[in-house]
Design a protein around this ligand. Structure first.
Ligand SMILES: *Cc1c(COP(=O)(O)O)cnc(C)c1O
Length: 438
């Protein structure tokens, strides 16, 4: 009998005995693509090294937070200093005020902000606040958008627009999602109809403005404009879930991009996470003073957290924001991302592999489809077999992309031209083996 010397496999076997599926968040288990997850031993810059010591170019970057790459020296220094001052106090600190000032100055729609520890918590709290502030219960979300795993948001469309959603997870009682209406992304006719039917009862509409949980699908400008108009007209709050896009697609988030095409455009509430913590558990939600003052201890909407505004996490987030707000940061990042996306498109075209791709700032997505999809059913038509072949082909060559075709990718400031060229060359090799698939 030969001894298995693959450390990733050994660790996965051990993990599966103790942790459901061997992972602490499901997509990490590689169920969609098959194979053994890579256990990360350490990371630096654009790379991580797995348990076998193999180097990978990392296009997940903790699913978005690592916009500077891993272990940026200024961030490491800030975190080390903070750790020596204490891990957590459960009392207010100056850094929370500094981070709030930073967020308010970078995102004009936010006048007041509350810090929490995860995107799930932030989205859940923003919805409670929207309901409390409007005195209404119903909300709209869109199929394919992810807003964390709070009960009311784990929901799929019911049988028609008059009926509300059905749970997508066991353990969520149907009553808990009976106020959540699920619409198709970018579908103007459905949006209009939903507001005609339910406008007076809607607390909010929550949307990922660029849906990274459908890989990369933009809400069209006319669609977004209509979301804004209908919310205003019916007294519902427009909630932008920018957990992924915030400080990632642009310094001011996706809302700053829509504001360029729609004069005066602003969401009511914004939900932030990922980049804002620079890799530490930190998220936030914010909006106009009048709405935010409905939160406890000022107002009747309860919300709290033992580790909220954690001093180490705020140090990490502040140090990260300080780097990305430097002049030219986003232009340079966007150029890198564009280079990768254009390179992948050209490599696919050379082999007649149908591939469409899009990007903004340091976020990108590609589909094994001839045209960019506009909604979830179209995203799901992306060729799963070819995606798996591409995923494993890249992984074998030391390039790590998300292990599911509906997840976005991320480029960091640490990805060099050589890293991008290596990635494109590897993709070209894999595409070359593809025409055989039909
Ligand atoms: C990641 C994500 C969340 C959830 O954040 P967690 O920190 O994983 O709870 C919510 N909304 C969007 C758009 C996300 O990408």
């Amino acid at each position: 009998m030969t001894q298995n010397t693959d450390r990733n496999e050994q660790l996965f076997e051990r993990a599966k005995q103790l942790i459901p599926g061997g992972v602490n968040s499901p997509v990490r288990a590689f169920r969609a693509v098959g194979g053994t997850p890579r256990f990360v031993a350490r990371a630096q810059g654009a790379y991580f090294w797995d348990a076998n010591g193999k180097r990978h170019i990392d296009y997940i970057g903790s699913w978005g937070p690592m916009i500077l790459g891993h272990g940026h020296p200024a961030v490491v220094e800030a975190v080390q200093k903070a750790v020596l001052e204490g891990f957590s106090y459960g009392a207010p600190t100056e850094r929370e005020v500094e981070l709030a000032e930073e967020i308010v100055s970078l995102v004009p729609s936010i006048e007041m902000v509350r810090l929490v520890s995860s995107g799930t918590e932030a989205a859940m709290s923003a919805i409670r606040l929207a309901r409390g502030a409007t005195g209404r219960s119903k909300l709209i979300k869109f199929e394919g958008c992810y807003h964390g795993h709070a009960d009311a948001l784990l929901v799929k469309a019911g049988s028609g627009l008059a009926t509300f959603g059905n749970p997508t997870s066991a353990g969520v009682p149907p009553e808990v999602v009976q106020h959540t209406l699920v619409l198709e992304y970018n579908n103007l006719a459905q949006l209009e109809e939903a507001f005609v039917l339910h406008g007076a009862d809607l607390a909010c509409l929550i949307i990922e403005p660029i849906a990274g949980n459908m890989n990369f699908v933009r809400a069209s400008v006319p669609f977004m404009k209509r979301c804004r108009e209908l919310c205003t007209q019916h007294g519902a709050l427009l909630v932008f879930d920018e957990v992924m896009t915030g400080f990632r697609v642009a310094l001011g988030g996706a809302q700053s991009i829509y504001a360029k095409s729609i004069p005066g455009f602003k969401p009511d509430l914004s939900v932030l996470g990922k980049v804002i913590g620079g890799g530490m558990p930190l998220a936030a939600f914010g909006g106009p003073r009048s709405v935010m003052e409905q939160l406890a201890p000022l107002g009747p909407v309860y919300q709290a957290g033992t580790l909220s505004g954690n001093p180490v996490a705020t140090a990490c987030g502040l140090a990260t924001l300080k780097q990305i707000r430097k002049a030219g940061f986003f232009d340079a990042l966007a150029l890198r991302t564009r280079t990768l996306v254009d390179g992948l498109k050209a490599a696919a075209a050379e082999q007649s592999v149908p591939l469409s791709a899009d990007c903004e700032g340091g976020m990108f997505g590609f589909f094994l489809l001839p045209q960019l999809p506009q909604n979830y059913p179209q995203v799901m038509k992306s060729d799963g077999a070819r995606f798996n072949q591409l995923f494993h082909g890249l992984l074998d060559r030391g390039i790590y992309i998300a292990p599911a075709l509906y997840e976005a990718g991320f480029v960091s400031a640490a990805h060099s031209d050589a890293d991008l060229a290596e990635t494109i060359a590897a993709a070209k090799e894999v595409f070359r083996t593809m025409p055989a698939l039909s």
